[in-house]
Design a protein around this ligand. Structure first.
Ligand code: DQA
Length: 143
């Protein structure tokens, strides 16, 4: 079984009630349950975390390396746009990270068009709602 970490950043705990016109009405646990089912069909096991703290995202990336996860599906949320510390942690751990966003960040405000973590991720999946998570898992399973 491939072990894949799903890591969600700030405000994603509020999915289901937060700007539902943009992020949809599924809660984070709905999305994780859905992703776990899709992952099981691909022979992958998911461990999912959500935190509102930048440093915890960094600690979890190092944990993914220590515990030999084969990759991370990362929605760093707003941190994606400016956290050099998370960017440096991804580069440091050297395990494949797929950057995901529920919304299409390029179709939104200009400050969301730039992601500082994209250059150190294996790729980015953005704009397909909850589908971005199982798509990220599939990418990691096929790598
Ligand atoms: C997001 C997009 C980010 O710009 C935003 O700050 C989020 C969620 C998404 O999943 O679409 O919190 O990462």
């Amino acid at each position: 079984m491939k072990k894949i970490m799903i890591l969600n950043g700030p405000n994603l705990n509020a999915l289901g009630t937060r700007e539902t016109n943009i992020y949809g009405s599924d809660t984070l646990s709905d999305i994780i349950e859905y992703t776990k089912k899709e992952a099981a069909a691909l022979g992958a096991e998911i461990e999912a975390y959500q935190t509102n703290c930048e440093g915890e995202i960094i600690d979890l990336l190092y944990r993914a390396r220590e515990e030999e996860f084969c990759g991370v599906v990362l929605n760093a949320a707003a941190y994606s746009h400016y956290s050099i510390a998370i960017r440096d942690a991804i580069a440091s751990v050297k395990i494949p990270c797929v950057e995901v966003h529920l919304s299409n960040i390029y179709a939104r405000e200009e400050f969301r068009h730039k992601s500082v973590i994209s250059p150190v991720c294996v790729g980015i999946i953005s704009g397909f709602g909850k589908l971005v998570y199982p798509l990220g898992v599939k990418v990691l399973c096929e790598m």
